[in-house]
Design a protein around this ligand. Structure first.
Ligand SMILES: Nc1ncnc2c1ncn2[C@@H]1O[C@H](COP(=O)(O)OP(=O)(O)O)[C@@H](O)[C@H]1O
Ligand SMILES: [Mg+2]
Length: 259
């Protein structure tokens, strides 16, 4: 499999206005792919097309070769495309372990009646689930917060829980919408290392991020979009010096701290 994700000539309109304009993006397994561009460029809309929140009017989206364009979000998640959100979405009253467990059930073959009649499958799967949750808490350094309500954690740790929940579903593509937003310098560094080790598990990662230092040091490849259109694509060193990119950022009144 050469590509885990193929976005081909995708366009998305809102009330006749173009939000995504003929974008083509291909992500390889284990690759860290950055999506950057000024506010309102269409980055989150693109992610919403890939995860099934929106159906693009034009183009196709393939995951591991399968056409998933217009598929329902829970089916896309079940296939193995998992995401985190620009604004963290967790069950704040629930513990860290329970939140991560919820991610496991995105992928699990368990049916509701297994839980009621406690079939052998249910018992075996629950054991597997807890092992997975424990392993992920260890990976993210969250073990000591296992029983803590996620709402009581620092912002940085909540980000980790959100990522652990996505990983619990065994994704082959992880989609991160501004993972470093709201994090301090140390938390950002730590997160950078975490994202790097996730990619080494052969999981493709597509991320939107405003922290340019992080993007340039972490990603393998970048697409820059403005007004929904690709204005540059390439390795970080290329994109960084591309006059079209510099112009787009100077031309916008983008404020890094806005979101
Ligand atoms: N549900 C929606 N309905 C109408 N317009 C939308 C909707 N979602 C996004 N847009 C518009 O699409 C454009 C791209 O927005 P967005 O994808 O959120 O940008 P970014 O994430 O790059 O900041 C913006 O002009 C925004 O107002
Ligand atoms: Mg956005």
């Amino acid at each position: 499999m050469e590509y885990v994700l193929e976005i081909e000539n995708v366009s998305k309109f809102f009330h006749g206005l173009v939000a995504i304009d003929d974008l083509t993006i291909k992500v390889k397994p284990g690759q860290i792919y950055g999506i950057i561009g000024p506010n309102g460029a269409g980055k989150t809309t693109l992610f919403n097309c890939v995860t099934g929140i929106y159906t693009p009017e034009e183009g196709t989206i393939k995951y591991k070769g399968e056409n998933i364009t217009g598929m329902e979000p829970h089916k896309i998640a079940g296939r193995g495309i998992l995401r985190t959100f620009q604004n963290i979405r967790l069950f704040k009253e629930m513990s860290v372990a329970e939140n991560i467990m919820a991610g496991y059930h995105t992928k699990s073959k368990q049916k509701w009646y297994h839980a009621i009649i406690h079939t052998p499958f249910y018992k075996k799967d629950e054991k597997k689930a807890w092992e997975k949750v424990e392993e992920l808490m260890k990976f993210f350094g969250l073990s000591k917060y296992a029983m803590t309500p996620t709402g009581d954690l620092s912002y940085g740790n909540q980000r980790k829980v959100e990522m652990a929940r996505a990983l619990a579903a065994d994704p082959e593509l992880l989609i991160l919408d501004e993972p470093a937003a709201g994090l301090n310098e140390n938390e950002t560094k730590e997160l950078t290392e975490i994202i790097r080790s996730i990619s080494k598990m052969d999981i493709g990662i597509m991320m939107i991020e405003h922290d340019m230092e992080m993007v340039m040091s972490l990603t393998d490849y970048i697409t820059v979009i403005n007004f929904g259109k690709e204005i540059s694509q390439g390795v970080p060193s290329f994109v960084q010096d591309d006059p079209r990119v510099i112009e787009a950022y100077i031309g916008s009144d983008d404020d890094e701290d806005e979101e």
